[in-house]
Design a protein around this ligand. Structure first.
Ligand code: URA
Length: 230
């Protein structure tokens, strides 16, 4: 890799700033100052900027416990974006793999790897998402069959894919869906004459929200969690 590219890939510097740092003599390779942008960096090279060892920032995979009143768009609108909670360099490279509504809490996956997030979001992959929900009206056991069969949502062709509803109380349930239509859970409950009052995502595929993460906290995924997305 060219040295100027290596600096960009391992810092938050732009290509222009990387070249300036090189020309100033701020960059060393195995202890020697290098000023050539096109210098080819190999595994045997130790590159430092201002004496600090650089290494390429690889793809990043993060889980975040989304607090209420934050949004999953990358731009702050009425509410702040969850990306602002993730204090890493090059946060602008991150994107969200499957959004939640502003009033939904829980597991949000954030990454720099577009192929990985595609596997989570592609309808063909039918990645399971499990939610804990509370409702305004009472839930009856007849819903279990209705959700398993599929519901007709407003402005959608065909029924929803089979979903698993587990009743936890008169107004509380766990719902697992394998689609990600706009406001899907709220619309599914609306389709049976109910209304979601609280919604929390517990898992995506095999990745469970880490119970040690308080709302607003995040951590990197383990290798096993990353590899569980197929
Ligand atoms: N379904 C919804 O209605 N809202 C969410 O945030 C996620 C799934």
């Amino acid at each position: 890799m060219r040295l100027d590219k290596f600096i960009c890939e391992s810092t938050s510097l732009s290509r222009v700033s990387a070249k300036k740092a090189l020309h100033r003599g701020d960059v060393t390779c195995n202890g020697d100052i290098i000023k050539t942008s096109g210098f080819k960096v190999t595994d045997s090279h130790t590159i430092c900027l201002d004496g600090v060892l650089l290494s390429v920032i690889g793809p990043r995979f993060i889980m975040l416990n989304k607090p209420i009143d934050t949004i999953c768009s990358t731009i702050d609108e009425i509410y702040p974006s969850v990306i602002g909670l993730i204090d890493v360099i090059r946060a602008e490279d991150l994107h969200i793999a499957g959004r939640l509504d502003a009033d939904t809490t829980g597991l949000v996956l954030v990454t720099t790897d577009g192929q990985w997030s595609h596997k989570i979001m592609s309808p063909k992959k039918e990645c399971a998402k499990r939610y804990l929900l509370e409702t305004a009206e009472m839930l009856s056991s007849s819903l279990i069959e209705q959700f398993a069969t599929g519901l007709q949502l407003n402005n959608e062709d065909g029924l929803t894919k089979p979903a698993t509803l587990v009743l936890l109380g008169a107004h509380q349930a766990r719902l697992t869906i394998t689609e990600g239509k706009y406001h899907q859970v709220k619309r599914m409950l609306a389709a049976v004459g109910n209304r979601v009052t609280q919604l929390h995502r517990e898992s995506v595929g095999e990745i469970e929200l880490d119970p040690t993460l308080a709302p607003g906290e995040w951590r990197y995924l383990t290798d096993a969690e990353v590899k569980s997305v197929k």
